[in-house]
Design a protein around this ligand. Sequence first.
Ligand code: AMP
Ligand code: MN
Ligand code: MN
Ligand code: MN
Length: 488
Amino acid sequence: MIDLHSHTNESDGSFSPQELIEAAVRADLRSLAITDHDTFAGYDAAVPFARSAGIDLIRGIEVSSRDGKKSIHILGYFLNTAPPNWFTTWLREQLRRRKNRNIELAAKLTELGLNITLEEAELLGRTVTGRVHFAQILVQKNYASSIQDAFNRYLGESGSAFVEMDDPATEDVVGRLHKAGAISSVAHLGRYGLTPDQEERFVERLQAAGLNAIEVVHTDHSSEDIARYSALAVKYGLLATGGSDFHGRNKPGVRLGHGNAGKTVIPSEWLTRLRHTKLALETLRENYTQGELLESEVSQDPLMLFQQWFDEAEQAEIREVNSMALATVSSTGSPSVRMVLLKGVDTGFLFYTNYTSQKGQELDQNPQAALCFHWKELERQVRITGTVIRVSREESSEYFQSRPRGSQLGAWASPQSQSVPDRTVLEKKFAEVEQSYTDQEIPLPDHWGGYRLLPQTIEFWQGRPNRLHDRLQYQHSEKGWVLRRLAP
Ligand code: AMP
Ligand code: MN
Ligand code: MN
Ligand code: MN
């Protein structure tokens, strides 16, 4: 059994985090979300108790919002890693608005001749002081017969001391939860006094603002409500959540793990689906936030930045990070392109080849060339243009000797780019060469060696959402490298 909506005494529940976990164990819950108003304090305190009791505890929050005249509650789940700073600041503002409301509320009650102070309420309220704490005092001092009665007479929308809270707009709350990485659900949709038609238009609007789910099962939802909200969720591609909205003694008649006045069990699969969605969003987010290319953060030297990106591609375990497309142009202006392997970076980009190959011939006639790396898992490209020069015989020889023997033999065996009748010709030639070099070092062939591409421009391309990719291009000039941003 699961329950995705509950409160501790860090907001307006009566149970301490420990007592709530004990109640969850008694109710045979496997998973429980603590969704206190505007605070994670109850959840954080409950973590060790949940761990030793074997309860799967979910970090949630319930945020009040305003839609026209109506006060709408939005639930947010899985803000596990410390939420971004702006979110924490925003929650603090929310608490300040609450405090201002409470000051006004206390003043109104005093005006009505009741002996009740803000300090008394705040003593009960711990992290978040709410109307329920005022209600408790009203009951205790015999101004009301029950918490419900206190809301009816004084604190509720038609009560004589009612003060409207200056909450942010519902769509703003939904948008912020989304931006912070939470899965959001509109709480107790049945409590807002909307007609089914209005409910649908409301849900449609929130879905467009980034809402993920509807609280389908809730203590105050009837079987008909549950059926209607299930259908609404399906229609708008939203997930379903369910919670008892447990407040301990502050809200009697609530059964953990159930809605519909304790008659309907909350399906466990709903939580599985929420988690899947959270995971999918996280992966998407990672892919999009891993890349950001800002002028203020990159090196002045593009070869340093290249080395950094190359290392990151290696760390990302991309296969053949050093493979690159090499484009050459013939003396008559025809381009040709093929993949080669980068063998080093210093003042230029090094690669080795057979000098009699098409690329070799073209580079000898026209030294202008271009390179392109594509690290698609990181949504990155590096595009390079420049001029090639042959590397020295010594350097080529040194590299050649570092190659596997089979590759060395292959360089001797293959009549580069010439037409051959079939594969056996190559294999026969290879065997002959192997035979002739038995027990000998294989020398560097005359027709084989390296090129160094000296860069003229280097562009770093980082994929970004909405096709607003980052493109930073370095251009070589007499004064050094000049950096500019190109539009995607
Ligand atoms: P607050 O956030 O301080 O405005 O208090 C809102 C909370 O008070 C809700 O989340 C409910 O837990 C509780 N509440 C609101 N209306 C009533 C009511 N009529 N009877 C009992 N509890 C209520
Ligand atoms: Mn509450
Ligand atoms: Mn609520
Ligand atoms: Mn609640």
